[in-house]
Design a protein around this ligand. Structure first.
Ligand code: GLU
Length: 467
């Protein structure tokens, strides 16, 4: 059975890099009808872990990831970890170390002076004397010396460390009894029955330590996949400024969850040169052994492109639903389908969509200065006056864009006008700027009665400016 996990440290929100490893772990488990678990690594941090779990669950819900079982909190498992510390002490695989801070500082300075790697020298490993008074000991694990630790990483291939280069008898329990990070990760991964650990390769140097714990406790190793980092366009580690922010910020910016997931799956994994992956295709095609070996670059234009793709291909019901998040309710509008269809090729985000839709739905409160100066003059006002009169008197019903097109063409012919003399003044009157979907779509959305009101508003504004 494939069992994977996502094991965030509670930073208060889920960031985009975290979501990527969560997605990879999720897909691999679901694809294999396995289990995907969520574990909050809150032993070392003062942050409120319940809050962090809530934030993660909210983000998971938004993108549609689900986890099995209850959330596991490391902070609630201290007794369990203590049992394993005792077990290792009893078996002679770990020991109390009484070295004081001063002693350790002196040790480190001497090593640095000799240009050696700073490491604990094992001075209490075989200690049998009387412990010094007044020192609360830490517990250290016996790491093998001068041994190769090797494992087959699912992405990087064989990874091999010489213990002398990377390990010492590291602390598994602090002097106050609390267990340390690598110790508890190994225990939890083993007890949770993980078959596959997929995580960022910033954790690669932790893996040999965790393997020492696995071996000391007689646990089987999972398969490890260390995913290369996401870099910013300058080739540096992605920072908040570049987009390594709260996943929910992407929602606030108007991205659709399927675009974010599609973006993330491609950020470090590929299937030929395919760019668009539906959720079911992700499940079908994802395999962690195809994760790229090199770091991937965060590319905001690509995310925008994908978002535009998904907006273009969403049903209008879906878009109407998404617009509500931006306080736009068009469900009751009798041109709702047209509103959506007129914008689906134009908007790159749902936020932009809502902003543009709002300009058609609401009477403009002001006019874009540049467009106004360029297109609104006495001649345009005369044309608009005639156009309102024409629309008012037009004998046929006017609802659909095609009806407005027919009527407007007739108007232009009667008055020997060209579309370019009419289109921009109409746009400015209808939406307040010279940018909008097709004029006939806009007219149909605004509706006959409001067209007249909006044109009159612009005329009044012009006349007040020009008395
Ligand atoms: N808690 C670690 C982090 O948030 C992840 C540990 C792991 O995946 O092994 O970076």
């Amino acid at each position: 059975m494939i069992t994977t996990r996502f094991a965030p440290s509670p930073t208060g929100y889920l960031h985009i890099g975290g979501l990527r490893t969560a997605l990879y772990s999720y897909l691999w488990a679901r694809k294999n009808s396995g289990r995907f678990l969520l574990r909050i690594e809150d032993t070392d941090l003062k942050r409120n872990s319940a809050e962090a779990a809530k934030a993660i669950e909210e983000a998971f819900k938004w993108v549609g990831l689900t986890h099995d079982d209850e959330v596991i909190y490391q902070s609630q498992r201290f007794d369990l970890y203590k049992k394993y510390v005792t077990k290792l002490l009893d078996e002679g695989k770990a020991y109390y170390c009484y070295a004081s801070k001063e002693e350790l500082d002196t040790m480190r300075e001497a090593q640095q002076a000799k240009k050696e790697r700073p490491r604990y020298d094992g001075r209490y490993r075989d200690f049998t004397g009387t412990p010094p008074k007044g020192v609360d000991p830490v517990v250290r694990i016996k790491s093998p010396s001068n041994t190769k630790i090797e494992f087959e990483d699912g992405i990087k291939g064989v990874v091999s460390f010489n213990t002398d280069d990377i390990l010492d008898d590291f602390i598994i329990a602090r002097s106050d009894g609390t267990p340390t990070y690598n110790f508890v990760v190994a225990i939890d991964d083993a007890l949770m029955g993980l078959s596959d650990v997929i995580r960022g390769d910033d954790h690669l140097s932790n893996t040999p330590k965790q393997i020492v714990v696995y071996e000391a406790l007689g646990f089987d190793l999972p398969k490890f996949y260390h995913v290369p980092m996401i870099l910013n366009p300058q080739g540096k580690k992605l920072s908040k400024r570049d987009g390594a922010m709260d996943v929910m910020e992407y929602k606030n910016m108007g991205y659709l969850p399927e675009a974010v997931l599609n973006f993330l799956i491609r950020l470090g994994w590929s299937h030929g040169d395919q760019e668009i992956f539906s959720f079911s295709e992700m499940l079908e095609l994802f395999d962690p052994t195809n994760i790229n070996k090199s770091a991937s670059a965060y590319n905001p234009e690509k995310l925008e492109w994908l978002n535009a793709h998904y907006i273009k291909n969403s049903s209008w019901e879906r878009i109407i639903e998404e617009l509500k998040f931006f306080d736009l309710e068009i469900h009751g509008h009798d041109r709702k389908e047209l509103i959506v269809d007129s914008l689906r090729e134009r908007a790159k985000t749902i936020k932009e969509f809502a902003d543009m839709a709002r300009t058609m739905i609401e009477t403009p409160q002001s006019y874009d200065q540049k467009a106004y100066n360029k297109f609104i003059n006495q001649e345009a006002i005369e044309i608009l006056k005639k156009y309102t009169a024409f629309i008012n008197d037009y004998a046929e019903a006017l609802h659909l864009p095609s009806g407005f097109e027919k009527a407007t063409k007739q108007f232009m012919e009667q008055n020997s006008l060209k579309m370019k003399q009419l289109a921009q003044p109409i746009r400015i009157a209808m939406v307040g700027s010279a940018v909008s979907p097709s004029v006939y779509d806009v007219l149909s959305i605004v509706g006959r009665a409001d067209i007249v009101i909006r044109i009159e508003k612009l005329i009044n504004f012009y006349e007040e400016q020009n008395v």
